[in-house]
Design a protein around this ligand. Structure first.
Ligand SMILES: Nc1ncnc2c1ncn2[C@@H]1O[C@H](COP(=O)(O)OP(=O)(O)O)[C@@H](O)[C@H]1O
Ligand SMILES: [Mg+2]
Length: 304
């Protein structure tokens, strides 16, 4: 069994009565992974991250971090997590070194050497004496990352770290994330609304929409399922006839319940063939459901 650094089960949360913002969310983030938390704007990524960090109180479900229920060991867990949510708060009139010193004092127990180390990791040593207000957005984001690295965290949680960055800034952030994972062994949980971003950086992916997890697996499995066959369920008044129609057409058939039969098709146009043939036999079709239609989901994640 792979070790999970984050594990939630049936997580529920609402900001206001009558609207569920997080529904039954089950997350599994393996140790050593770069886990991409993918979803359109407003789908619940930041809310989930706030729940993981205990900044919001869940309404239901469980959260385990480092194998401990969050209620039992929040302080201990947080000491092993570095987080960067939305834009980091920085002192614009101070330089990078001074910003890090303040953050280090606040956290306590952080050596002078570590400040130089994190500057090195995020490649800001050359600019450490420059006031932050003269930094590009990408440099500010990297300084935010440096702050979250001060305590040498085992788990790094980054909320849309490439948002608003120019292409150069995006590439720099991406390679930093990979470096941290490969050279320092840090497990990284990173949110994004762009599929392309997740595909380039991550080993694992969870796709969220309207507060619900729609898909969770490795990026490899996700990419393979993009060219997958269609799994279709047909609801009808006569499953015997439908089964024989499918057999005649050389499609598989599997009974789901008294009124529903499932089949696997190679192409979308096969759906028309199946419907036409069934209707020719004067059988009623109540519903046709495509069970693994990731295509539509991808569209909502790639358009921007
Ligand atoms: N402070 C808040 N009060 C009420 N609703 C909120 C608040 N923050 C976010 N929401 C709502 O919760 C949902 C999820 O938002 P959010 O987690 O910010 O999404 P994402 O980070 O994926 O863009 C949205 O419908 C958003 O409008
Ligand atoms: Mg957000």
């Amino acid at each position: 069994m792979k070790e999970l650094l984050i594990k939630t089960k049936n997580l529920d949360f609402s900001y206001t009565k009558g609207k569920k913002d997080i529904k039954n969310l089950s997350l599994e983030v393996p140790k050593g992974s770069i886990y991409g938390f993918l979803g359109p704007n407003g789908s619940g990524k930041t809310t989930t991250i706030r729940l993981l960090l205990g900044l919001l109180k869940k309404n239901g479900g469980t959260i385990e971090i480092f194998d401990q229920l969050i209620e039992k060991s929040r302080i201990e867990s947080l000491s092993k997590i570095g987080a960067l949510i939305e834009n980091p708060s920085l002192y614009e009139n101070l330089n990078a070194h001074e910003n890090l010193k303040i953050a280090a004092n606040y956290r306590g127990n952080i050596s002078k050497e570590r400040i130089d180390e994190v500057l090195e990791i995020v490649k800001l040593t050359y600019a450490k004496g420059k006031k932050v207000k003269a930094y590009s957005l990408g440099m500010k984001q990297r300084l935010g990352l440096a702050i979250s690295l001060l305590s040498n965290p085992e788990l790094l949680i980054l909320d849309e770290p490439t948002n608003g960055l120019d292409p150069k800034g995006i590439i720099e952030m991406r390679s930093l994330i990979k470096e941290l994972n490969q050279e320092h062994g840090t497990t990284i949980f990173i949110s994004s609304h762009l599929l392309s971003e997740i595909e380039k950086t991550c080993t694992h992916v969870g796709i969220i929409r309207a507060g619900e997890m729609l898909f969770q697996d490795t990026v490899k499995v996700l990419q393979e399922s993009q060219n997958d066959t269609l799994k279709v369920e047909i609801e009808t008044n006569d499953i015997k006839t439908v089964a024989s129609v499918l057999e005649t057409l050389s499609f598989s058939s599997e009974q789901v319940n008294d009124h529903t039969i499932a089949t696997t098709l190679q192409h979308k146009k096969d759906i028309t063939t199946v419907i036409d043939t069934i209707r020719n036999r004067k059988v009623e079709i109540y519903q046709i459901k495509i069970m693994n239609n990731l295509e539509e989901l991808f569209l909502s994640l790639t358009e921007n």
